[in-house]
Ligand binder design. Structure first.
Ligand code: SAH
Length: 262
């Protein structure tokens, strides 16, 4: 069969959750598909925006099943969309779809399109102010796939490079200790007053934005729907904003108007 023409998978980043932050491209691709495959919660968010598509919902932990289902359906000639929150290529479903197509030797047979989305690092930093104005590292604290020894190595690297850090997957009901280990490591090496931003449910119901410090971090709740931003040595807080200077004002000798939490 001429699979090239028939088998189609579109991998779609749906943004943080609000309809207004779903791109036009994503919306139009969703409407063109026969089946939309994704995590149940995200399909519930999308349901009012699309019509006529079959929704195939899966639970967390069923990522491989989702991809297998999507590929099987595409091989029957259906146009399948696989959705991920934020950007599908950032701790999302994008890689798994491409890896599985490679394993099955179908990478040349299925037409894949990847639609970018607003990732949590953008949505969360927009709510915090401008914490990512200088070099930053993004890390997932999930040790489901990555062992703690690797996570620890990467955090230490980010600390020694004075990077701002963004943590995805900081905690879940089954693994709270990784976040504690990460925070203890940061506390050993960074100033207690280092600004920390916590964004829970960005652009969704239940949105909560908190700016605190490393020493007070434990007073705040962090869960699997939270993105955590740890400032670098020059990050400061001004009004309700967390700001990492890009360096323009320092370069021209002008002083900044905010004060660091120390
Ligand atoms: N592909 C997604 C990330 C998936 S990993 C993206 O690009 O954003 C899941 C993690 O993303 C969560 O544990 C949380 O840290 C973060 N996250 C997802 N949606 C979020 C939201 N609406 N608000 C804050 N953090 C979110």
């Amino acid at each position: 069969m001429d699979t090239e023409a028939k088998c189609k998978i579109t991998i779609i980043g749906i943004g943080p959750g609000s309809a207004s932050l779903l791109t036009d491209e994503a919306r139009s691709e969703l409407r063109k598909s026969d089946i939309v495959v994704g995590y149940r919660l995200y399909l519930e968010l999308l349901a009012p925006l699309i019509s006529g598509q079959k929704l195939a919902s899966f639970e967390i932990g069923q990522e491989e099943e989702r991809v297998k289902f999507a590929i099987d359906q595409s091989l029957t000639g259906k146009h399948v969309s696989v959705v991920s929150s934020g950007d599908a290529g950032i701790y999302g479903m994008g890689g798994l779809v491409l890896e599985k197509l490679t394993d099955l030797k179908l990478i040349h047979s299925v037409t894949v399109r990847i639609i970018p989305g607003v990732s949590s690092l953008s949505s969360s930093s927009s709510l915090l102010g401008a914490p990512l104005m200088n070099d930053f590292c993004v890390m997932s604290l999930s040790d489901r796939i990555t062992p703690w020894s690797s996570i620890e190595k990467r955090i230490n690297g980010a600390i020694s490079g004075d990077f701002v850090m963004v943590f995805y997957n900081p905690s879940s009901n089954t693994r709270r200790d990784i976040f504690e280990k990460a925070v203890n490591l940061l506390k050993e090496k960074l100033k207690p007053g280092t600004p920390v931003g916590l964004v829970k449910n960005a652009y969704r119901d239940g949105q909560a934005v908190t700016i605190t410090t490393l020493e007070k971090l434990y007073e705040n709740e962090v869960d699997m729907l939270t993105t955590v931003v740890i400032g670098n040595s020059s990050t400061f807080v001004s009004g309700r904003f967390m700001i990492t200077p890009r360096g323009y004002l320092q370069q021209t000798g002008k002083s900044r108007h905010g004060s660091a939490i120390r």
